[in-house]
Structures are given as C-alpha cells and as structure tokens.
Design a protein around this ligand. Structure first.
Ligand code: ARG
Length: 588
C-alpha cells in the first residue's frame, strides 16, 4: 500500500499544479503543531520565492484547488503561508480497512531483494557470555528480522570466536590435568573418543583458571601460545580437541541464545575459515599488496583523507600465526564464495571500529569482495551501570549475561507478584517473558551507536517508555477481545467505521503510519525507530481506551467497529514486538 503521507502529498501536488505552481513544492509532513492540524505543507513559502508572489496567495489557491477532495477535511491556509491539513475520517477508516485485509499490514516487500549477511552475537567459545555480547545479539537479531520483513534474503551468522589464545589456554590447562588423554600424544594415530573430556561446567571453570595462571606464570603462557600456534598449524590431536570444545560450548550457547529469543542461520566461526588463509595470503603477496615489515606480513590501508592514523592491516605475525584481522578477511572470502552477499553488516561494539576500517579497506584493496558488495559496520555503544561506567558485577568483575538476566527476572518477579494473586509457577513464567521485553526494549529503544544506562528499576517498570508498558497494552487488548468473544462476538468479522472522536482518530493515524515506519527502520537499520513507534502507538491506544467505552457500547455496529480497531492495533503492536524479538504473555 502507498504510504498515507505520500497519498496526501500526491493530492497536494495536483492542487499546486492547479494553482500554477510546480508539484514538487507539495511535500507534506506530520504536523509539528498537533493542536492545530494533523499534517502540514510548507511548500507555498518556497514557491512564493520562485514565483514572486505572496505565500498566502499561493496557499489560498492551493486550498481552493483542494475543494471537494475525499482525502482531506478542514484544509486551511494560515499566515504567512502554511497549509494545515486534516485527513478525512472516511478516507482514514478506508485506508485502515485495506491495511487490515493485508497480511503484511500494508507494508510492501521490496522489489529488489538482496542477500544480506548479518554478523552478530560473536561469542567467544568456552568463555562465558558477558553483557558486551548481549547488545550484539539483541540488536543483530532485530536488524535481521527487520531486513527479512522488508523482503530480503537475510543470513544471520554467529561468527564464533574460536581461534584465539583462549583455545591454547584451555588445551594447556587440560594437558596438565589429564596428560594421558590421547589428544596430547603426538605419536597417536588412532581415532579420538566421541565423548568430550569435560562438561560445560568444567569448561567454564577451566578457561578462567588457565587465563589467571597465564598472567602469573610466563612459562605457562608460553605453553598456551605454543599450543595455539600448533592448533593453528593443524596439529591433529588439538584439532580434535577443538571440535570437542566447540561441540560442548555451542550446545550451551544455543541454549543461552534460545532464552534470549535469538537464533542464527549459521553457526560458523573463525576456525572454519582457516583453509582459506594460505591462498588468500599468497595472492595478496603475489599481487604486491602484502609485504613484510618487522617480520610480520602487512597490507597498507591508510588513505590520504584520513584524519586519524590508520595502521597497516596485519595478516600474519612473525611466527606465521594468524590474527583477528586475518580470520575476518578469510571470512569475507568464504562468504563471497558461498553466499555472494550484496551486503555484510557487522553488529559489533563500536570500540572495534578501527579493526573494521582496516578489514574493509584491505578487503577492497585486495579484491576479496565484489565491487557492489557493501561492507557495513553497525557499531554499538557501551551498556553502562547507573554510575555511568561499563556495567560490572557488585564485586567489580565482568558481568556475566546469565547473572544480569537473573537480576532482571528477580525484579520482574517481585513486581508481577504484587500486581495480582497468582501461582508461583505462573508468576515465574510471566516474569521470564516480561523480563525479556524489559531487557530488549531497554536496549533497543536507544539508538544503537549510543552508550546507555542499564537501569533495572526503570526497565522493569510498567509505566513510561518500557517493554513492560508495551506488554501491558497488548495484554489489555487481548483481555478485551477475549471478553468480547466470551459474549459471543467474533473478532474476525466486520469493518471499521469512521472514527467518532479525536482519540480514536489519533489512534487510527498512528496505525496508518506503520508502513512508513517500517520503511525507515529498514533503510536506517534502526530498531529504535520501531520502539519509538510502538511507544507512540501504545500511548495513542491507551488514551483512546481511557476515553472510550468499548464493550459497553450500546450500538452493536459501533462496538464491532471498535473491536476491529483493537484487533488491528494488536496486530501492529505484535508485529513490531516480533521485529524486536520479544512477545507478550496472555495475562500479566
Ligand atoms: N568475538 C568477538 C568479540 O568477542 C566479536 C566478533 C565480531 N565479529 C567479527 N566478524 N569480528 O569481541
């Protein structure tokens, strides 16, 4: 469906032409004076300059030309030359009826679908998830859903960090604890056990222990670096161990992400792209891009217009070991080969921006990426505690994701229990669903690139711009619809009539904005635009609800019409929530 604003603009275009002006002056926007009008057009002012006429004369002529329009009512020219507009109630309800009949709610799929890869999550294998990974998962998931809803082919890739020193540390620690395992025997030629030699709980303990030891014991650290190197060079036993670590870790990660309502199409990682590295590096050398500097292999990526220094992109260390940059470059090679994406979007902490500047430039320079493939960095800000510093545990350590979610759940549970009597089980279930909305909405309602303060109290409040407030609104609608059905009403029938009062019209106008909001949210990859819309829509609905009797309406045709409006409101709210990655419970 065409956007309502575009339809109004087209109507104004005709009127400008009739008034002897160019139609291009007819741009209509939402009103910034909602007390006076719903939409406005300031084009007469600009046209006045071109045609050397008083703006009000042009505005008057346009208003005159609009006489008899079905789209608008109450059209006014106001000094010095504003055109104030209101959409006609009849046209608006017609638009909403059409929207309600469309399964996509009037938002058309793109006619130029692209293949878009989204690199998000980025957990490091065997290391616990921390809050830094939370933002990547939440934002990436939402961006993926928004792009998919726009009609693109979207592939989400978790891009595991499974190739760094943490692997060598785990191997080293395990070797000390269980030296007789066949993985450590270089002469061993048989098969390796199916079963991993550790559980996830052990793995989670092994890594911090090893990491702590390496900081105190230089020889230990040396051994871990050597193990990392040998793993990367393909030592058989270590490769087998890596597979085991991955298997145990990934099944745990999947569980964690499922709890967050986040999922990935691909569970690939840094280690998967190792086979591409030798050829990639050789070609870069042959083409003359890569050269040796202080023993390391590098590619220059600085550009003349740089205002800050962009260091060379390092491909291989002097011992031949690959780096974070190398795996990211090889990942681009693999992605191009297997998926030929039109865009790759990286949802990563903005503190890694320089890394991506280097990677993107290097990939372009060396021709790893097709010219028309866009590489995009969607960097997000830091989640801070109330003290404005990066979120920490009470003891000052890195906050693990699990604990943070547990905190939210606990607070949510307290609030849910206070709201009405219910069984412990029900309270726990609801707290989980609502808690997730609190975390996700609290995060997504901020522009991704900005830092924000994680405030458990505020995020879990049922009032204000929060996830729980949105859920309360949906649950309220659900409960009215349920009662209506219990009284024998059918929510699937009937059309909406013209609105009767201002708050009903305001709600209708909010609903009509849906396709336009979706378009912007995709263009800007901006979940916060969806949040802002949800909040506006929820407010418009609640105002309408407080001012209007719904089930008590005498006139049944009117009652049915209002029910239709509720059904549509619920659908729009739920669609938006789904794009953000959370949902509402049946009751709260
Ligand atoms: N594993 C990395 C980290 O924890 C994030 C990975 C981001 N994605 C990428 N392609 N580099 O910092």
């Amino acid at each position: 469906m065409k956007k309502l604003l575009d339809l109004i603009t087209e109507e104004l275009e005709q009127a400008f032409i009739k008034a002897g002006c160019d139609g291009a002056y007819a741009r209509v926007t939402l009103s910034n004076r909602p007390d006076l009008c719903e939409y406005q057009c300031n084009g007469a002012m600009a046209a006045a300059k071109k045609y050397h006429k008083a703006p009000i004369l042009i505005a008057n002529a346009v208003v005159e030309a609009l006489a008899g329009t079905e789209l608008l009512e109450d059209v006014q020219a106001v000094n010095p030359g504003f055109i104030n507009l209101k959409v006609s109630a009849g046209f608006l309800s017609g638009y909403l009826n059409e929207m309600a009949e469309d399964e996509r709610l009037g938002y058309e799929k793109t006619d130029a679908p692209e293949t878009i890869m989204i690199d998000y999550g980025g957990p490091n294998v065997a290391k616990p998830l921390h809050v830094g990974h939370l933002r990547s998962a939440i934002i990436g998931e939402s961006v993926k859903r928004i792009a998919r809803f726009a009609g693109h082919k979207v592939i989400g890739d978790v891009h595991l960090g499974d190739w760094g020193l943490q692997m060598g540390l785990i191997i080293t620690e395990l070797k000390e604890r269980k030296p007789s395992l066949p993985y450590f025997d270089e002469t061993y030629e048989g098969g390796y056990p199916q079963e991993a030699p550790f559980t996830i709980a052990e793995l989670e303990e092994i890594y911090p222990t090893a990491s702590g030891r390496s900081k105190e014991d230089a020889a230990y650290k040396e051994a871990a670096m050597q193990a990392t190197f040998e793993l990367q060079q393909g030592r058989r036993g270590y490769q087998a161990l890596l597979k085991q670590i991955l298997a145990v870790s990934v099944s745990d990660l999947k569980q964690n992400y499922a709890n967050l309502n986040v999922d990935f199409d691909l569970w690939k990682g840094e280690s998967d792209v190792q086979p591409y590295i030798p050829d990639m590096v050789r070609e870069m050398k042959e083409k003359g891009y890569a050269y040796t500097s202080d023993g390391a292999l590098v590619v220059d990526v600085k550009e003349e217009s740089d205002t800050k220094e962009v260091p060379p992109c390092m491909l291989l260390k002097s011992d031949g070991a690959s780096l974070y940059t190398t795996t990211d470059l090889a990942t681009i090679v693999e992605r191009m080969k297997l998926y030929r994406p039109d865009r790759i979007v990286y949802v990563v902490d903005k503190r890694q921006e320089m890394h991506f500047v280097q990677v993107f430039r290097c990939a372009r320079k060396c021709g790893l990426v097709a010219e028309d493939t866009r590489l995009e960095f969607l960097g997000f800000g830091t989640m801070n505690g109330k003290d404005g510093k990066p979120f920490k545990t009470r003891e000052g350590g890195v906050m693990r994701l699990q604990y943070l979610l547990a905190d939210i759940n606990e607070e949510m549970l307290k609030k849910i229990r206070e709201s009405r009597p219910m069984s412990e089980e029900e309270a726990a279930d609801i707290a989980k669903v609502v808690g997730l909305s609190a975390v996700k909405y609290g995060d997504l309602s901020n522009q991704a690139s900005k830092d924000y303060i994680f405030d458990v109290d505020r995020f879990t409040s049922s009032e204000g711009n929060t996830g729980p407030y949105i859920l309360y609104t949906v649950v309220r609608i659900k409960s009215i619809l349920k009662k209506y059905e219990e009284q024998g009403g059918r929510t699937t029938e009937g059309r909406m009539m013209e609105c009767e009062n201002e708050s009903e019209k305001a709600l209708m106008r909010e609903l009509a904005r849906f396709n336009s909001v979706m378009e912007t949210a995709y263009e800007e990859l901006a979940p916060h635009k969806v949040c802002a819309y949800l909040y506006d829509l929820a407010n418009a609905f609640n105002k309408f609800y407080h001012e209007t009797s719904i089930l008590g309406t005498e006139d049944t045709a009117r009652k049915d019409s209002r029910i239709r409006l509720l059904v549509l409101t619920r659908r729009v709210l739920e669609t938006c929530m789904d794009l953000l990655g959370f949902e509402a419970p049946e009751r709260m």
